[in-house]
Ligand binder design. Structure first.
Ligand SMILES: Nc1ncnc2c1ncn2[C@@H]1O[C@H](COP(=O)(O)OP(=O)(O)OP(=O)(O)O)[C@@H](O)[C@H]1O
Length: 349
């Protein structure tokens, strides 16, 4: 039977978790008012007090303007921040809200506002309180969407956001430990009802987690899988860099859109798919290409390869994907920007 660690986070644990930010000028703590991020603020404040010199801590709460309790929750965070002796800012998401895709639009707006707050106070990093449980849910969510290795690697420990780095120090910490930390300290926290709202995918998948854990697929194991896949993904990316350089060196005359077909076809399938994905995303203007579509394209190219070598069959291929045109001619795969679609030109209906 899997067991979840439930001990509060100790001073020593916190010292280790935050050690990377000792020399930062300032860090932003993203605090929604829920248990995980209130624990982040409390633990960071306690850690900061143990240092003679250390970063300025600025807690930031984003009010998405979607729930009437949000303003009060932001005020509660402000009061707690004041009691802990750290600065606090509330950032509001203004303007029209979309009817569909609201969670992802709210997330985009939240990160935009957090980055703005970080820049305005000279912070090098934004810390969020994503936990091991969040990481496990992300793995299951990506699995259900048919993601590849990069997607199943789930959330990165650090992500560059322009001049600011988004960091997730609690990815190995079970949520139960953060809740235990607050209970021990006697700190109150908010419960966001959208976290349990079955209209959204994440809460529906969250409800499945106890059953998966009972079968042995607990948060710890799923988060470990994500870490292993992140490692594999990093290695594959480095190999793709090498393959890109190798193909460019065969072209000789500097950067060239596309690849020599025979050299490309000799590479492992995973690397071919990644090369195509990169090239399409570089020139395409319709957002990142879908993995399944790039895999299908890779297979179509693969079928043409042997036909071209033997001189038999038709080796014509021309298709548009994510705003890029991919074609094969004279032994090369060409990948160029697609002309704008009719009706999508700026100013046209
Ligand atoms: N409104 C917000 N303002 C500031 N930071 C936020 C906000 N919402 C989320 N975050 C940050 O992103 C992390 C993950 O967000 P998510 O929505 O998964 O968490 P949550 O349900 O709000 O959990 P909690 O508040 O307990 O951390 C939070 O831990 C927090 O660091």
């Amino acid at each position: 039977m899997p067991s979840v660690e439930t001990s509060p986070v100790s001073v020593q644990d916190a010292k280790r978790l935050f050690s990377g930010w000792k020399a930062s000028p300032a860090i932003v703590l993203a605090v929604s008012g829920g248990p995980d991020s209130v624990a982040l603020m409390w633990l960071a404040a306690r850690w900061r007090k143990t240092l003679k010199q250390g970063p300025r801590l600025v807690a930031v709460t984003v009010d998405h303007g979607l729930r009437k309790e949000a303003a009060r929750e932001a005020r509660d965070v402000k009061h707690l921040a004041a009691a802990l002796d750290i600065e606090h800012r509330t950032m509001k998401w203004r303007g029209d809200k979309p009817k569909t895709g609201l969670p992802s639009a709210a997330r985009d707006a939240r990160y935009r506002l957090l980055v703005r707050a970080a820049k305005s106070c000279g912070a090098s990093h934004i810390l969020t309180a994503h936990t091991q449980d969040d990481q496990a849910e992300t793995v299951i969510m990506r699995l259900s969407r048919g993601s590849g290795i990069a997607g199943l690697a789930a959330m990165a420990r650090q992500t560059d956001r322009g001049d600011v780095v988004l960091a997730r120090p609690f990815l190995d910490v079970p949520k139960a430990r953060l809740v235990a930390t607050l209970e021990k300290a006697g700190i109150a926290f908010a419960d966001d009802p959208t976290n349990h709202d079955p209209r959204f995918t994440r809460p529906r998948l969250r409800a499945l987690m106890p059953a998966l854990a009972a079968e042995g697929a607990d948060a710890r194991g799923l988060a470990r899988l994500a870490a292993r896949l992140a490692r594999a993904n990093e290695a594959l990316d480095v190999m793709t860099d090498g393959a890109e350089r190798y193909l460019a060196s065969r072209d000789g005359d500097g950067p060239n859109a596309g690849f020599e077909l025979v050299a490309f076809a000799a590479l492992p399938v995973e690397i071919r798919v990644r090369l195509l994905m990169r090239a399409i995303n570089r020139v395409g203007h319709e957002g990142p290409a879908e993995l399944g579509k790039v895999e299908a394209l890779s297979e179509a190219i693969n079928r043409i390869g042997p036909a071209q070598k033997s001189g038999s069959g038709s080796h014509r291929l021309k298709q548009t994907l994510a705003g890029a045109v991919i074609s094969i001619a004279k032994g090369r795969i060409h990948i160029i920007p697609a002309p704008p679609r009719r009706g999508r030109v700026a100013g046209l209906p």
